[in-house]
Design a protein around this ligand. Structure first.
Ligand code: 6AU
Length: 259
């Protein structure tokens, strides 16, 4: 596997302020763990995030699965982000023409660009999807991840699609800060690679999800950040589970990075 720079070194060379902030958090908290808090009640989300917050660099939400969503929830989540020093990533997976995603990102019930530091998009519509998001995201200093690969069985984000997605990111690197992917796609240190489908042992679920371990994802595959949902929130002790993922991910990083 390829060696990569340390977080503090990358923080010095990245251009986007959000990437810089994230790498500094990863360096100071010694973590490459993103917690995917996929539960359906505000109170559940907030309680889990308060427990797990000390161990993570990112909390990833799916706000459209929350049954009692309200604006106070966002205020409370932002308070926890300040308290524990993490970024908020809304996993919205935008996938429409530029004009539509622009409104989906900034309007409606969720007004995602007002509170989510990071969101993500499929590259399938072409670069208009990034242009549309950028129009209302860049003024607020937001960043976007392009979904270049997926973790699920039979997904179509492979080969030429993945390569074209990397090219799209390179052309819009003022707003695209990295990828959702299953392995490192470019050695350009500006781009952050984030990988879902992570558990402490390999396997899968009954709906096509496939799991790899932190060591494989960070060590062998050269990704930067592990995204963990059920491995943490379904555990008897979510805080301790997060600590184990944090330690496994960070140890794998230390082994594969250049001193
Ligand atoms: O750890 P899990 O399997 O409970 O949750 C994985 C999380 C879920 C998915 O919606 C998301 O990661 N995800 C994504 C993302 C982050 O974009 C892409 C993908 O290919 N697979 C995947 O699981 O919230």
């Amino acid at each position: 596997s390829k060696k990569s720079l340390r977080y503090h070194e990358r923080a010095e060379i990245v251009a986007h302020p959000l990437s810089k902030q994230l790498l500094k958090i990863m360096d100071s908290k010694q973590t490459n763990l993103a917690f995917s808090v996929d539960v359906t009640k505000c109170q559940q989300v907030l309680e889990l995030v308060d427990k797990v917050g000390p161990h993570v660099c990112i909390v990833k939400t799916h706000v459209d699965i929350i049954e009692d969503f309200n604006d106070d929830f966002i205020t409370a989540l932002q308070k926890l982000a300040d308290k524990h020093n993490f970024l908020i990533f809304e996993d919205r997976k935008f996938a429409d023409i530029g004009n539509t995603v622009k409104h989906q990102y900034s309007s409606g019930v969720y007004k995602i660009n007002q509170w989510a530091h990071i969101t993500n998009a499929h590259s399938v519509p072409g670069d208009g999807v990034v242009q549309g998001l950028k129009d209302v995201g860049l003024p607020k200093n937001r960043g976007c991840l392009l979904i270049a690969e997926m973790s699920s069985t039979g997904n179509l984000a492979t080969g030429e699609y993945t390569k074209a997605t990397v090219k799209m990111a390179e052309e819009q690197a003022d707003f695209v800060i990295g990828f959702i992917c299953t392995s490192r796609l470019t050695d350009d240190p500006r781009f952050l690679h984030m990988t879902p489908g992570v558990q402490l042992s390999a396997g899968g679920d009954s709906l096509g999800q496939q799991y790899l371990t932190p060591n494989i994802v960070i060590g062998d595959r050269g990704s930067d950040i592990i995204i963990v949902g059920r491995g943490i929130y379904k555990a008897d002790d979510p805080s301790n589970a997060a600590k184990l993922f944090k330690e496994a991910g960070y140890e794998a990083y230390l082994k594969q990075s250049v001193d």
